[in-house]
Design a protein around this ligand. Structure first.
Ligand code: ADP
Ligand code: ASP
Ligand code: MG
Length: 596
């Protein structure tokens, strides 16, 4: 039966075209461990053959064999600690070229027609940021020709070519992004991600064996989990999936069990948390005694943004005596650059000193449901307090709560959060219906349709802004100089929850001499009640008299690609500071950047 598909020619500025294709199309991606030796390659080849025999056209996207990419990087580092990024791309891209050709040979040996293609041959055009390039367009003509002539196409993951024909790579783990981008460009029916686990779990099953495989997870949740450390998917691949509505199926290379579907809807509409993640490669940077004036913090972040350093968990304590402390986390891979940038900035902005802590991990809980439910953050703080785990930093947003805890308690912290939300058990409510693939967004917002998205972007990986909202009815409360020991956040937010107050944004950071500072926002109508709780808490715990700002506004920007495009928080920051507005709290998540 002829099947009509809506195909977008992405190179011609995304003009929609109606084309009729006789067959359905499946993209199958195989990660490094799934093609680690020729036996595994044959078994991957058999999966593609089976799909072909079932009547599908098949594009296989393949990673480098086993740990090849690591070995190539190690070789370069034997020569110099700072190899040229152009040459690194030239080097790393060879890994995928080896596996695609071998896989084509494997298919030929099994009697099937197949052709391998590099990024350049497929027309995957990227920008010129070597080792972290972004896809701008994919010309599908050559792929289509090969598919229509009955061949299985074997595509090199992780690589592309820039306008000067230079080979680029998309960043570690980027083959997932190649796969989903190809699925989007070709209008594939499904993108299967074959890997060494049989689906997406509530947390990394290699860290917590009690983790549960989820049947389904929403784009927003997967995106958040991926960017908070769940390495099972490259987070940028989920940006593609969400933008273009690609149905993604994560499953095992080594069995035929059904895996996890990543789609618009969550597994359960009522669960407050769907998963927990741990990020071990984060480093905390604290800058002390920064002059508390509009524009000062902005200068620090502008320098970090210029150096393309992705900052997360940005917490700015509320200034006392005209001085404030700023803490944030950065990826460990950016540590050297960050040190240089911060050292320079400290002198320039008149700050006192800075501190770097590498022995930290970020433990996060994620769930679309938490936007609608109160006490979720409290539950997480309580779980950590019960194990006597000290929280160094907190940052919350609509769909995630992140805490920074000491590295040596990483697994215990993750386990306590996982248990607190009973993630090992299936969600109580019936799974969300699967039929209506309507794009949804939390808080009753409606997401843009695929057509609206396509009409807005020039490059495939461009940032998309769906909506900007302003909530003018908030107040901010700050507790400063709290002697820092395990359980303070848990006790404070327990009292606040008991008073029936709904807390919105929460940030906490450590300052000088192990004194913590917690700021949070509440509805303005609850300010008096909250202050009473806060004053009692301050007296008991030896903290300073709470400070507050009665009238603050929360500006939220919703969209896709907000975090992987470094610098959006900075741009908002700058706009505020240009207008002479002081920013109190910043919170970033995958789908929302908020400042108040
Ligand atoms: P591939 O080489 O196939 O791309 P990766 O190593 O990149 O595979 O991703 C698979 C790994 O992701 C698993 O082996 C698992 O340890 C890890 N992982 C982290 N978080 C999760 C999670 N929430 N669910 C499943 N796997 C996870
Ligand atoms: N081979 C690349 C890496 O190891 C890309 C990938 O496997 O996704 O990062
Ligand atoms: Mg991977």
């Amino acid at each position: 039966m002829m099947k009509c598909q809506f195909i977008f020619n992405l190179e011609l500025s995304y003009t929609p075209q109606f084309l009729c294709h006789p067959m359905s199309l499946i993209v199958q991606k195989f990660g490094g461990t799934s093609v680690a030796d020729t036996e595994k390659m044959k078994s991957a080849a058999r999966k593609a053959i089976r799909a072909t025999l079932a009547g599908h056209q098949v594009v296989m996207v393949v990673s480098a064999m086993g740990k090849t990419t690591d070995h190539l990087i190690a070789l370069a580092n034997e020569l110099t600690p700072n190899p040229s990024s152009r040459e690194m791309d030239m080097l790393m891209s060879t890994g995928e070229q080896v596996s695609i050709s071998l896989l084509a040979i494997a298919l030929h040996s099994l009697g099937y027609e197949a052709v391998s293609m590099t990024g350049a041959q497929m027309g995957i055009r990227t920008d010129s940021s070597h080792t972290r390039a972004r896809i701008q367009s994919i010309s599908t003509e050559r792929l289509r020709q090969a598919l229509d002539s009955g061949k299985i196409v074997i595509a090199a993951g992780f690589q592309g070519i820039d306008e000067n024909f230079e080979i680029t790579t998309l960043g570690r783990g980027g083959s997932d992004t190649t796969a989903v981008a190809l699925a989007a460009a070709l209008g594939a029916d499904e993108c299967e991600i074959y890997t060494d686990v049989d689906g997406v779990y509530t947390t990394d099953p290699r860290v917590l064996p009690e983790a549960r495989k989820v049947a389904r997870i929403s784009y927003d949740e997967m995106l958040e989990l991926a960017s908070l450390g769940a390495g099972v998917m490259h987070s940028r691949s989920i940006e593609f999936a969400k933008k273009f509505g690609v149905k993604v199926h994560v499953r095992s290379s080594f069995s035929d069990t059904v895996g996890t579907l990543i789609t618009a809807e969550p597994e359960s509409l009522s669960a407050e948390v769907c998963g927990a993640a741990i990020a071990k490669n984060d480093v905390r940077v604290s800058v002390f005694d920064v002059p508390d004036k509009p524009g000062v913090a902005m200068r620090l972040f502008s320098k970090l943004a210029e150096a393309k350093i992705a900052t997360d968990m940005i917490v700015q304590n509320i200034g006392i005596d005209g001085k404030t402390d700023i803490s944030f986390t950065i990826p460990a891979s950016d540590l050297k650059n960050t040190k240089a940038v911060v050292e320079e900035a400290v002198g320039e902005i008149g700050a006192e000193s800075f501190e770097i802590d590498e022995d930290v991990v970020k433990v996060s809980a994620v769930g679309l449901g938490m936007a609608e439910q109160s006490g979720v953050a409290q539950k997480m703080f309580q779980a950590l307090a019960e194990r006597n785990i000290n929280i160094q930093m907190i940052s919350t947003s609509d769909i995630k709560i992140s805490t920074l805890v000491p590295l040596d308690v990483a697994q215990e912290a993750l386990r306590s959060v996982h248990e607190a939300f009973q993630l090992q058990l299936p969600p109580k409510a019936a799974p969300a219906p699967s039929k209506e693939a309507k794009p949804t967004a939390p808080g009753g917002r409606t997401a843009l349709s695929r057509e609206e998205i396509l009409s807005k972007i020039v490059g495939m990986e461009d940032i998309i802004i769906d909506q900007i909202t302003l909530d003018q009815n908030q107040s901010r409360i700050t507790l400063d100089d709290i002697p820092d020991h395990p359980g303070i956040a848990a006790r404070l937010f327990d009292r606040i929850a008991q008073a029936g107050i709904l807390v919105d944004m929460i940030v906490q950071s450590v300052g000088h001499e192990r004194l913590a500072s917690i700021s949070f926002t509440v509805p303005r109508s609850d300010l008096e009640k909250t202050l009473e709780v806060a004053r009692n808490f301050a007296k008991e715990s030896g903290a300073a008299e709470p400070g507050f700002n009665e009238a603050i506004a929360k500006l939220s920007v919703f969209g896709t690609g907000l975090r992987s495009h470094t610098g959006l928080a900075y741009r908002m920051f700058k706009t505020m500071s240009d207008g002479g507005i002081n920013v109190n709290i910043i919170s970033t998540s995958e789908m929302c950047v908020e400042i108040s």
